[in-house]
Write a new protein. Structure first.
Length: 621
């Protein structure tokens, strides 16, 4: 990036943005630069924008001066897609407008509203959003759409891609398309002949390549968010439909989603939830294949270590202590559990599915170590889901100081689920990730694995690199699965997209990026990258800082309910800065003559510890 061009860009911003909308103080840039991933980049500039017009003006300038920009919603993304060493664009708290349409059948949302808030608004209509990520209480609609996030009950059919109705897009050159507005659509088609022609070429490319067509059809039978959503090139012919569906899961690399209209899904009130621990992983996975043929809403798998990580939860203890033989259930390394939930239109349909489930479970009664039998009690159901959702933070809570928590999500064909779990467990053993756990949305073959990793030494980074190479070969080549299922590709899997998809599909994705963003200013090196080591660069270090601070994984889940949010730095941001201060102090002790270290340390300490400067720096937006 040219210093001269960046200076001109920054100067031009001041002609239409207020000073409090342009953050250039180092301490605050560093604080804003953190997200939930294990990467760290410090933006040169943070912009806090309040409306579509500002976004449009900023992108026009960024495109003119070739300045890369990255969009940030809640910053709960896990794969490094919401960080930047250039310009980070965040939104004020004003981007939370919503409009319920057609008695709840549709809802139009701005990108700054939290997912759980939307479901609260839809509840009186017995409707909800299709996507239901585990972070829905914290993540925002912009991130849900940009990452094509799904979740426990969402499956494939109810994700953002399949429940999308309309959206307003601001492209890299500042042009705007409101797909719900006929005049906007017509104007866009006439004013963007080159992009429309390129979309047409992409459609022909896929449809004239039978092998590529078959590959795409096969890959999207299950959850897959690895790379761009090129299934849109088979699912649609209208270029506008192709464009808006390509935006889903594009991670801010093709444009900015200024608002989105979803088709909502039914929020059935007739529900049952059950939790069953089996003495064999194979048995549990075999049952998954059988249950998948029924109208099951959610089916969550937990392996032995995942069960151990939440063994202290009250309902879990009760489950293990009150099994059928009135003796404490003994978990073994081959144990696995299924959390099963069924939603139905009415009591009769629910009863019918319940009967079928019980019939399958009865056949395995001798293999059930412990259970919380199917219940309609919502309190018990919520406790069971809290057990499942506690697995990820449970690993973070007991990790060794100085390590970070990494969570990845892959997809195996459902019929090979048990083999996939065991293969992953073998890799954990090979690379001595002895704390690693596996859980996930078994109904879709989607597994999450969580482990802890230090990047403080090169040997540890080398271990991680070798592990990721083996994981990518295992999932993409040996099992023909997906390297990303719902967390977005990000930096961490960008080097492996071509491995999974092959040359033809990868070239297609490169052409999509060039068509939408010819100057490569939108979130470069995310989703696809020419840098095959991008996943090993700018890794976040977490030096020991304080007994309380050390426990923080910087996930950002607390920010949505934090009273300080919007008024000062959030706890996550303060912790991030304090960790950097500690890290600099350690480095400076070893290099006392390093003036650049001293300068950065003095700046952070002054802003962090001097109350009047602190208050001025962290004033309300």
């Amino acid at each position: 990036m040219s210093y001269l061009l960046f200076t001109k860009f920054k100067s031009a911003l001041s002609t239409f943005l207020n000073p409090d909308e342009i953050i250039d103080a180092y301490s605050k840039r560093y604080a804003y630069g953190t997200d939930a991933s294990f990467y760290r980049l410090t933006p040169k500039l943070v912009l806090v924008l309040k409306n579509k017009n500002q976004i449009q003006q900023v992108l026009t300038l960024a495109n003119q001066y070739a300045i890369p920009v990255t969009f940030r919603a809640a910053g709960t993304s896990l794969s490094g897609q919401a960080i930047s060493d250039s310009v980070l664009i965040t939104l004020t708290n004003g981007w939370q407008k919503s409009q319920i349409l057609e008695q709840g059948k549709k809802v139009t949302l701005e990108p700054g509203i939290i997912g759980a808030k939307v479901n609260q608004l839809l509840k009186p209509f017995n409707k909800k959003l299709g996507p239901d990520p585990a972070s829905i209480d914290s993540c925002k609609i912009g991130g849900i759409a940009a990452n094509n996030s799904s979740g426990m009950c969402c499956g494939v059919k109810q994700n953002s891609y399949h429940t999308l109705a309309e959206m307003t897009i601001i492209f890299a050159d500042g042009s705007v398309l409101d797909t719900a507005n006929e005049q906007s659509r017509n104007t866009f088609l006439k004013s963007k002949p080159e992009l429309i022609s390129q979309i047409s070429d992409l459609l022909k490319n896929v449809r004239n390549n039978p092998a590529l067509t078959e590959l795409i059809q096969q890959k999207y039978r299950y959850k897959n968010t690895c790379g761009y959503g090129i299934n849109s090139l088979l699912d649609f012919e209208d270029p506008i439909e192709v464009i808006k569906h390509l935006m889903i899961g594009s991670e801010g690399t093709l444009g900015f989603i200024a608002d989105i209209t979803y088709h909502t899904v039914d929020d059935y009130q007739d529900k049952i939830t059950g939790f069953y621990i089996f003495d064999g992983l194979n048995l549990a996975c075999d049952l998954v294949s059988k249950l998948a043929k029924l109208n099951i809403t959610a089916l969550e798998l937990l392996d032995f270590r995942a069960l151990q990580s939440v063994a202290d939860k009250p309902l879990m203890r009760q489950c293990l202590n009150q099994n059928s033989s009135n003796t404490k259930a003994q978990l073994t390394k081959n144990s696995a559990a299924l959390l099963i939930e069924v939603h139905a239109k009415n009591a009769s349909e629910l009863s019918s599915i319940h009967t079928l489930c019980e019939s399958l479970l009865t056949q395995l009664q001798a293999n059930i170590l412990a259970q919380v039998a199917f219940t309609q009690d919502q309190t018990i159901s919520n406790e069971l889901w809290q057990i499942r959702k506690a697995t990820f933070p449970a690993v973070g809570a007991v990790r060794q100081t100085g390590t970070t928590v990494i969570i990845e999500d892959v997809t195996f064909p459902v019929e090979k689920l048990a083999l996939g779990v065991k293969a992953l467990q073998n890799l954990f053993k090979k690379y001595q990730y002895n704390e690693a756990i596996i859980f996930g949305h078994a109904l879709d073959g989607n597994l999450h694995f969580v482990f802890t990793q230090s990047f403080n030494e090169q040997s540890q980074t080398d271990r991680y690199s070798a592990f990721m190479q083996d994981v990518s070969q295992l999932v993409a080549i040996e099992f023909k699965g997906a390297l990303k299922a719902e967390h977005g590709t990000g930096r961490n899997m960008a080097p492996f997209v071509e491995l999974e998809w092959g040359t033809d599909a990868y070239k297609l994705m490169q052409n999509i990026k060039r068509a939408f963003d010819p100057n490569n200013i939108l979130n470069p090196d995310v989703l696809i990258s020419d840098n095959k080591n991008i996943h090993l660069e700018n890794l976040k270090t977490l030096p020991p800082a304080d007994n309380i601070i050390n426990k923080c994984t910087e996930c950002g889940f607390c920010e949505s309910v934090c009273p300080s949010n919007g008024y000062t730095l959030t706890p996550r941001q303060r912790i991030s800065v304090w960790r950097r201060i500690v890290e600099l102090e350690n480095k400076f002790n070893q290099e006392p003559d390093n003036t650049s270290l001293k300068k950065e340390l003095n700046t952070l300490e002054k802003d962090y510890l001097t109350s009047d400067r602190f208050n001025a720096l962290l004033s309300s937006r």
